[in-house]
Write a protein that binds this ligand. Structure first.
Ligand code: URA
Length: 242
């Protein structure tokens, strides 16, 4: 941001009665296209608010040291699939296979996910897949609340960039984190929710379903998941989403 536009921004905020910022940097509402270009050309993007594309976001996450999980992980695992898709799936965090190959859902859970998608006429070229946390927690443990909160701005921004028509949350961790609730997956599945954030113009139809890894351990829950998948398929057809 140029000094001039920064001053304009500050004056406006002061005249509006704002004397304190809760972030280090005030919101750059007067930032011009030229300012944005200068930030981009100056190398690394410093502020997540300046990110416009999923490749910029990937680079930003790779360079981030906000979460200690990055230190023990081999790779930063951000996404797979079609970034133009209107169907976005979000899991918990990469496991060992994902950490090795740098792609979400490539292990046994991923193979089941592919079958679940195929059952309703979808595949990885028709959807976009990411995780709440982009780094593998050691020993495949669940990410802690602190780790989830540290990584949450990444996935929130990612949803804003992809702007899907349908969001499918895989498992309790993704469902709780993105629907901001303490309720478990058993309560959250089976119905439509709406996901919203400040950067979205409309809320997104959201369905939480059992995590494929959970279904591998507890196949008795596949029947309910099949019902959820059929509801998702209905919504896709009804809204002509492709
Ligand atoms: N489990 C997840 O939640 N995400 C992955 O990418 C792999 C397994």
């Amino acid at each position: 941001m140029s000094l001039n536009s920064e001053l304009k921004n500050l004056k406006f905020l002061l005249n509006s009665g704002i004397s304190e910022f809760i972030q280090n940097i005030p919101n750059p509402i007067y930032q011009t296209k030229k300012d944005k270009k200068e930030i981009k050309n100056s190398g690394k993007i410093k502020n997540i608010a300046d990110i416009q594309t999923s490749s910029e976001l990937k680079e930003f996450i790779k360079n981030s040291s906000v979460c200690a999980l990055k230190k023990s992980a081999i790779q930063t695992v951000v996404s797979d699939g079609n970034s133009s898709s209107k169907i976005m799936l979000i899991g918990e965090a990469p496991g060992a296979e994902e950490d090795k190959y740098g792609k979400p859902f490539v292990g046994r859970g991923g193979q089941l996910l592919d079958k679940m998608l195929a059952a309703i006429g979808l595949d990885r070229n028709k959807v976009y897949i990411s995780n709440v946390v982009p780094w593998r927690p050691p020993g495949n443990r669940q990410p802690t609340t602190e780790e989830i909160l540290q990584c949450l701005p990444f996935i929130q921004k990612h949803i804003e960039i992809i702007n899907p028509s349908i969001l499918i949350l895989l498992g309790g961790t993704a469902a709780k984190a993105l629907l901001t609730t303490n309720q478990g997956i058993t309560k959250l599945r089976g119905t439509w929710h709406q996901y919203n954030s400040l950067g979205l113009s409309n809320p997104i139809f959201t369905r939480a379903i059992f995590h494929p890894a959970f279904l591998l351990r507890s196949p008795g829950y596949k029947k309910q998941t099949w019902e959820d998948l059929l509801e998702i398929q209905k919504k896709i057809k009804l809204n002509e989403i492709n």
